[in-house]
Design a binder for this molecule. Sequence first.
Ligand code: FES
Length: 105
Amino acid sequence: MAFVKACALSELEDDTPKRVELDGTPVSVVRTEGEVFAINDICSHANVSLSEGEVDDCAIECWLHGSSFDLRTGKPSGLPATRPVPVYPVKIEGDDVLVSVTQES
Ligand code: FES
């Protein structure tokens, strides 16, 4: 699986998602609770950018209708979204945040 650099670790603020595009895939990179997560940036309910939502309790909330997606699994916690959003493996090397969008975890 190919890891590519998404951003620098030092660029990430806690609970503030950063949108990046990796191999044409929009990804929201989130630092929270001492870990870094990568989740597809598009809500599974409609074409809305999740990185514009709020992060709380290891989940990212879609700002449009309020479904929250677990950053570890991509699963929605409640309606209206019913399908998970892909999440991707993350590696930290020095100050580099590396994400593999070729394999969903
Ligand atoms: S667009 Fe995200 S919950 Fe509706």
